[in-house]
Design a protein around this ligand. Structure first.
Ligand SMILES: [Zn+2]
Length: 384
């Protein structure tokens, strides 16, 4: 059978349309609670009858690194997108990685489109289009660019509805649909609005199934409450901490979550990269950060890029993950939380790394660990 090699893996040519769906911010609990509420009968059938596994996302558990991991089939160490920002050590300035020029690997959809497959990409937010559609000759749709409000559930619902429309109208060989995590930042699993949203997701997925598509559904990261019972954000403001320890300017905290769309999380996520000069004792600093309440782990550069599959040149001198209840910020004044109309929910750390993978065909796959970026491999090589 005809196959295509992309980034070290060989993918079988699809025998029917394959649709990989990334449900942004969907820890399994969202799906589980929607199923329990009777709102997601199609997802229920996948979970109980065909294929369901809990898999690992790439780190940091943010949107761009994981969407790019899914479409390239490899972790950030190989594709280069380790967050929205990194610090250029030569210039000392923050560099935004929203552009395809930072991509170091070809995407699976791009490779298939070059080989003659019909390929379609649908993204909710426009920011992902440049990365996900790079090199794809085919259909590339951003729902945000059609004028839908970016901070809305409708953005994701329409992305999936457009995906279903495209399966029917164009019968693509390969399609990738990526939603936004607006609903999950705002609502906990099981809340009425979350269940309603997954009901809409459910109907579009079921429609694609009826059209004969193979579906593999996964997520870019989970989502957890990051506020206390009174609704106050639980944050470690690491730049303030480091300034107090080392003096101002000795170390610099870069938050890879920062991007143009911060209203729903105030740029507070659970990962930070620390950069510092030769005057700082790195080992001692790692130990001190590890001792802070709310910190899951702080790891020096040399261990971090290997252990977390990160690109060495876009990884800080120390990689810091906050724990499941906590986020990392720079200074309180850098984070505008005035637009938050619900207690903060966010992601970025190891606690938000576990995500579901679902498929609508039996999957011949051993018990070995799976990542969300195995989605195309599962859909093309393991589905029967
Ligand atoms: Zn996301």
């Amino acid at each position: 059978m005809r196959g295509l090699s992309v980034n070290g893996r060989t993918y079988r040519w699809p025998s029917r349309p394959l649709v990989v769906v990334c449900l942004d911010g969907s820890s399994f609990e969202y799906i589980d609670r929607a199923i329990a509420a009777g709102a997601a009968p199609y997802l229920r059938s996948l979970v109980s009858l065909t294929f369901f596994r809990l898999v690992q996302s790439a780190l940091p558990s943010f949107t761009n690194p994981n969407n790019v991991s899914i479409v390239t089939g490899v972790p950030p160490a190989m594709h280069g997108i380790s967050g929205n920002f990194f610090l250029d050590r030569d210039t000392g300035s923050d560099v935004m990685m929203n552009d395809a020029s930072f991509l170091r690997a070809e995407t699976i959809p791009a490779a298939f489109s070059r080989a003659g497959a019909r390929v379609a990409i649908v993204t909710a937010k426009d920011k992902l289009r440049r990365l996900l559609c790079h090199g794809v000759s085919g259909t590339c749709v951003s729902i945000e660019a059609t004028g839908v409000e970016v901070y809305s559930a409708a953005l994701s619902e329409q992305a999936l509805a457009e995906g279903a429309r495209l399966v029917e109208a164009t019968a693509p060989d390969l399609m990738y649909v990526s939603t936004s995590d607006y609903v999950q930042h705002k609502h906990a699993p099981g809340e009425d609005e979350a269940n309603r949203f997954y009901g809409a997701v459910d109907r579009s997925l079921a429609a694609m199934d009826r059209m004969g598509a193979t579906l593999v559904v996964t997520a870019d990261h989970g989502m957890r409450a990051k506020a206390d019972a009174a609704g106050r954000v639980r944050a470690v403001y690491l730049q303030d901490v480091l300034d107090a320890w080392l003096g101002p300017g000795a170390a610099r905290v870069v938050l890879p979550i920062t991007d143009p769309y911060v209203l729903h999380h105030g740029a507070l996520g659970s990962c930070a990269m620390v950069y510092f000069g030769a005057a700082v004792d790195g080992a001692a600093l790692v130990e001190r950060i590890n001792g802070l309440a709310g910190i899951d782990v702080a790891v020096p550069h040399a261990d971090a890029w290997r252990r977390f599959d990160l690109p060495p040149d876009r990884t800080g001198d120390i990689v810091v993950f906050a724990d499941g209840e906590t986020v990392v910020g720079t200074r309180p004044a850098d984070h505008d939380l005035s637009a938050l109309d619900a207690p903060l929910r966010s992601h970025g750390g190891r606690a938000e790394q576990e995500v579901p993978m679902l498929a609508n065909r039996p999957i011949a796959r051993g018990d070995g660990p799976l990542h969300n970026y195995d989605a195309f491999d599962v859909g093309l090589n393991s589905s029967t």
